[in-house]
Write a protein that binds this ligand. Structure first.
Ligand SMILES: NC(=O)c1ccc[n+]([C@@H]2O[C@H](COP(=O)([O-])OP(=O)(O)OC[C@H]3O[C@@H](n4cnc5c(N)ncnc54)[C@H](OP(=O)(O)O)[C@@H]3O)[C@@H](O)[C@H]2O)c1
Length: 249
């Protein structure tokens, strides 16, 4: 591999890549020259559209239904991607639930499901992925601005889950650095997706907290992920990068 390029015939897996930020990352990485697999839970049609967009960019695409709450489905999807593409160079941990509301409302089962999807699955996926990576592998995890500061109430369970990821990112950087695998995290701020629409009922209040005064577009988060995956990310590990319009300033 040339010092200033990568990606020729490399393969990426994006969890939760059928909609929103994950879909934008899938398309962007295909534009960067990677073959792209994505997981989804329910929306098969949306997943197929993202695969189509990947293929229109001349790369191989693959969609796998794999509920991130199911440990076997998570590791099975990683292994299947490596088998289908013959390699795995990049894992983007993106799938997550966004629980919002009174902290004392979720049942124990609901709490367990959030933690299984938002925390356990990224850890399991990373563990499975590194078995297929040789030097220069990349693990990127999508966190959230609320992992750093909590701008309003109703976010405790979500923040609890997202703040665990920075610990994972730092720990894995130590564990995997000697193998040449980098581990970084992107913390988006409010981003216009189905989970947090820029025209939703709370959108004006959220915008008022952002110095740039607007939501991000999913493509803006994908741009930073592309940088980390590309040659510019080669010496970035154990780091969390906010892409948040300044909401935590
Ligand atoms: N949007 C924001 O303002 C914002 C801000 C900070 C951080 N983030 C983070 O950015 C990431 C993406 O958020 P988003 O706003 O793009 O979310 P989104 O629009 O709700 O999309 C979520 C994606 O994850 C998939 N997914 C959901 N549950 C899954 C499960 N159990 N197993 C596998 N896939 C599952 C969905 O697939 P299906 O359609 O099949 O369910 C979909 O592709 C998340 O980690 C989120 O916490 C978002």
């Amino acid at each position: 591999m040339n010092e200033n390029t990568r990606h020729t015939n490399e393969a990426a897996l994006i969890t939760g890549g059928s909609r929103g930020i994950g879909a934008a990352i899938a398309v962007r990485l295909a534009e960067e020259g990677l073959d792209v697999a994505l997981t989804y839970e329910r929306d098969e049609e949306a997943a197929a559209k993202v695969v189509e967009a990947v293929e229109e960019r001349g790369r191989r695409g693959l969609a796998l239904r794999a509920d991130a709450a199911d440990a076997d489905a998570v590791t099975g999807a990683v292994d299947r991607v490596a088998a289908e593409f013959g390699r795995l160079d990049v894992l983007v941990n993106n799938a997550a639930l966004f629980p919002f509301g009174p902290f004392d409302e979720p049942t124990v089962e609901e709490i367990d499901r959030v933690l299984a999807i938002n925390v356990r699955a990224p850890f399991l996926a990373a563990r499975a992925a590194v078995r297929h990576m040789d030097g220069d592998g990349r693990i990127i995890t999508v966190g959230s601005n609320v992992a750093v500061r909590v701008p309003f109430g109703g976010l405790t369970l979500y923040t609890l889950s997202k703040s665990a990821l920075a610990g994972m990112t730092r720990g894995l950087a130590r564990d995997l650095g000697p193998r040449g695998i980098t581990v970084a995290q992107v913390d988006p701020g409010p981003t216009d997706t189905d989970a947090n629409p820029a025209d939703g009922p709370n959108a004006d209040g959220i915008r008022s907290l952002v110095p740039l005064g607007r939501f991000a577009r999913p493509e803006e988060i994908a741009g930073t992920v592309a940088h980390l995956v590309g040659p510019g990310g080669r010496f970035i590990t154990g780091t969390v990068i906010g892409v948040d319009g300044g909401i935590n300033a």
